[in-house]
Design a protein around this ligand. Structure first.
Ligand code: SF4
Length: 116
């Protein structure tokens, strides 16, 4: 069972229910289509605000192997590339969740090779 967490943008989460991320996770579509033949488990769904290092440490403790950094993070989070690189030191990272695999303005950044 591959353990996954989804990181979304704090400001977006004020208005977003997470429906798009969760729909693609449970349907194994869009960025989650890569897991069609893999059992996956959602361990966490959290936003980028507050003590993000602590949240990531808790996810590591919980055995999370892959962090999906959401599509709204890719579109609007300043320092998206740097954050993916930082998270990629401890997890595999896929740099979007739903919608197009390629960002409109910002290229998707992913780091794999540890578990996927
Ligand atoms: S990627 Fe879409 S569904 Fe997920 S938190 Fe951002 S706006 Fe909401």
């Amino acid at each position: 069972m591959l353990k996954i967490a989804i990181l979304v943008r704090e400001e977006t989460s004020q208005r977003c229910t997470g429906k798009g991320c969760l729909r693609s996770f449970f349907a194994k579509t869009e960025s989650f289509s890569r897991y069609r033949d893999t059992d996956i488990e959602l361990i966490g769904f959290f936003h980028s605000g507050g003590d993000l290092d602590y949240k990531l440490a808790k996810m590591k403790e919980a055995g999370v192997q892959v962090i999906h950094v959401s599509t709204c993070m890719r579109a609007k989070y300043d320092g998206y590339e740097e954050l993916v690189a930082e998270i990629g030191k401890n997890f595999d990272v896929i740099g979007y969740t739903h919608g197009s695999c390629d960002g409109k303005k910002v290229q998707t950044v992913s780091i794999t090779g540890k578990s996927i």
